[in-house]
Design a protein around this ligand. Structure first.
Ligand SMILES: [Fe+2]
Ligand SMILES: [Fe+2]
Length: 336
């Protein structure tokens, strides 16, 4: 049986009856105040995500409604606390060959190929032969890394959490770092700044799995992208040193240490997962620019998706405040 998808999340209206396949992004079982269990689910398709609930027959559905599974849903859309929610009355598991997989994977609005050529342009503009060779070997000449860099989100949620998001984040940061390198002149090393922009989150291509939905891998949970990034630096330097004439000489120790330091310290504080706080200007700048870019992206997307009427958003739990909605964000069609 092949199930055609006729209803997409972006177009669902309040009180609409739904009979359509979806991909499960998240599921958890909770209990209401009387102890009755319910399922809290996030469904997705290529147009977006919607919260969903199962109130009846929960034990029957636990095995089918799991992350990365396709399910056929019969239910009804409701509005709850200003957000659309799908109440599921019947759920049927589907196999991958029963659906058109591309209907369920988030549409990328980014032109990934042109972002990638911008990245190679920045690499080509570097002047230090060691940092430059390290970037070329990783970002240009390694097909596995290139493929993942083009597809990876920058995070599971919060900021740049969509296909190509990592690359978008890296290019945005690189442009800012390039400007700051000019602004601060000789007191900072432009190549080390750019290197930090490219490599600070590169470990995320293995920290996260993102073929369908995004989640942390076991390596990501046990090691994390900061340490994975520094391991990659060591591996690539060993590769460069093994090819005669690829770099002018042995990779200088100080450059290797600074490169690893910029990656390890980019979260800024020990309590944010950095084992070392930034201890050179380039590391400090990469940390602040990374923080700035991720917050601008997260907050602008929050404002854009907000459905509260008027000039103020709903409470943003992460930043513990309401945000003012500028003209462009008011009265737009809902995204979720
Ligand atoms: Fe990071
Ligand atoms: Fe980052």
């Amino acid at each position: 049986m092949f199930v055609t998808k006729s209803q997409f999340i972006r177009d669902l209206k309040d009180k609409e009856t739904v009979s359509s396949p979806f991909l499960v992004k998240f599921s958890a079982v909770g209990a209401d105040k009387n102890g009755k269990s319910f399922m809290n689910v996030i469904l997705m398709d290529r147009t977006g995500e919607i919260e969903a609930r199962i109130w009846e027959d929960v034990p029957r559905y636990i095995g089918a409604v799991v992350r990365d599974n396709f399910i056929h849903v019969e239910g009804k859309v409701q509005t709850y606390q200003g957000r659309k929610q799908l109440v599921m009355n019947r759920v049927q598991p589907l196999r991958e060959d029963e659906v058109e997989v591309k209907d369920f994977v988030t549409e990328g609005t980014l032109d990934v190929e042109s972002l990638y050529s911008e990245l190679l342009g920045f690499v080509a503009s570097m002047s230090d032969p060691y940092y430059k060779a390290l970037c070329e070997a990783t970002l240009r000449d390694d097909p596995e890394i290139t493929d993942k860099v083009k597809r990876a989100p920058a995070a599971k949620s919060v900021h740049h959490a969509y296909k190509g998001g990592l690359l978008e984040h890296v290019i945005s940061i690189s442009k800012i770092l390039d400007g700051l390198a000019k602004h601060y002149g000789h007191i900072v090393d432009r190549d080390l700044l750019l290197f930090g922009g490219f490599f600070h989150d590169i470990g995320k291509i293995w920290e996260l799995s993102f073929d369908r939905t995004t989640d942390y891998t076991t390596e990501g949970k046990l090691i994390g992208h900061l340490v994975m990034g520094t391991e990659l630096i060591d591996r690539k330097i060993a590769e460069l040193e093994s090819v005669p004439g690829r770099i002018p000489g042995k990779f200088p120790t100080e450059k290797r240490l600074l490169a690893k330091h910029v990656v390890l310290s980019h979260h800024g504080l020990l309590e944010y997962g950095s084992p070392k706080r930034p201890k050179c200007l380039e590391a400090l700048i990469v940390h602040y620019v990374d923080d700035l870019d991720s917050k601008v992206n997260a907050i602008s997307r929050f404002i854009e998706a907000d459905q509260a009427p008027g000039e103020w958003t709903q409470m943003n739990k992460m930043y513990e405040r309401f945000f003012f909605k500028p003209e462009w964000a008011r009265n737009q069609p809902s995204q979720i």
